[in-house]
Each structure stands twice: as C-alpha cells, then as structure tokens.
Design a protein around this ligand. Structure first.
Ligand code: S3P
Length: 168
C-alpha cells in the first residue's frame, strides 16, 4: 500500500478505532483518534467534558484538534468522532488531511456493538435503538456526501475492511 493519509468517519461503534489501528500498522504510519487526542490534552474523559462544559465546548475542541492535525505533513490514519463531520469547517480540514473513508454499518450492527456502552454521552439514558436511529437519520447523508470511499462493514472482519480500504 502507498503511504498516504486516511481519515475514518462513521457512526459511534462503526469500528473506526479498531480498523484505523490496523490500517495504520499496515501502512506504517501513525494512528491518531480525535477522542483520544482530546482526552489526553484535557486530562479528562469525554463524559466529563460533556457534563462540565457541554456538547458545544466539546465540538470546539474537535475543531481545534482537526485544524491542528491538518497542519501536519506526516502521513497518518486519523479516526474522528461520529459527530465531527457535521461541522462544515471540519470537513475542510479532513479533506486537507487525506482520503475520507466512511465505515458504514447498519443500525442492527450498531445496536449490538453499542449495547452496554457508557462511554458515549449522546447515548446515555435513552432507548438505544431509537437514539441510534434518530442520530443516524440526521447524519447518514452527510457521511455519504463527504466520503471519498464508502465501505460496508457489516459482517466483515477487521482485516477485510483494511484490505477494502487499501484497494480503493
Ligand atoms: C460522538 C462520538 C464519539 C465521541 C462523542 C460524540 C458523536 O466518538 O466523539 O461521544 O457525536 O457521534 P466515536 O464515534 O469514536 O464513538
């Protein structure tokens, strides 16, 4: 595979981090995850940031993070939080970084993967399937519209997805 940068987008639970780590390993480039980057810089969890400062503040941190990362010339695999592409300015930064890959997963798959998860503030306390459907309805088109490559991930193994990305 050629050394170039990829940005993985998609809903929470779509496998961006797992696939991103493996893809970065294959390519021999650095793997960065915006949530982990923010948590490290802030010294607190995503839940704490949402609770203490609200979603808007978190979204500003996301924008700052991708702005900064877009100024790097090093090839990387970047996985971004599920809501990050909703801001136009962020998409501009992502396009400057590399190929945008949408890891698409069905609501059924996401329900299984996100069951019992308590690390994502937007899924707290609600009927999980309903919440996923609500957010997905708002985001679905956006994910497809900003992606250079769309990969269906349902029932695929991590290495198959990595392979699909590399040969696109
Ligand atoms: C969010 C997704 C999360 C995290 C935050 C908000 C979202 O990242 O950024 O909880 O709005 O979809 P993952 O997509 O990596 O779970």
């Amino acid at each position: 595979m050629r050394k170039r940068s990829y940005v993985l987008i998609g809903f929470m639970g779509s496998g961006k981090t797992t696939v991103g780590e493996e893809l970065a390993k294959e390519l021999g480039v650095e793997f960065i995850d915006t949530d982990a980057y923010i948590v490290e810089n802030q010294g607190r969890s995503i839940n704490e940031i949402f609770e203490n400062n609200g979603e808007g503040y978190f979204r500003d941190l996301e924008s700052e993070a991708v702005k900064k990362l877009s100024q790097s010339f090093k090839p990387m695999v970047l996985s971004v939080g599920g809501g990050l592409v909703m801001r136009d300015i962020n998409v501009g930064y992502l396009k400057a970084i590399g190929q945008i890959v949408y890891l698409r997963a069905s609501v059924d798959t996401l329900c299984v993967r996100l069951e019992g998860d308590d690390s994502r503030p937007l899924l707290k306390g609600a009927d999980l399937r309903k919440r996923i459907e609500e957010l997905m309805n708002v985001r679905k088109e956006r994910y497809e519209e900003v992606a250079d490559i769309v990969i269906d991930t349902d029932d695929k193994k991590v290495l198959e997805i990595v392979h699909d990305i590399g040969y696109n």
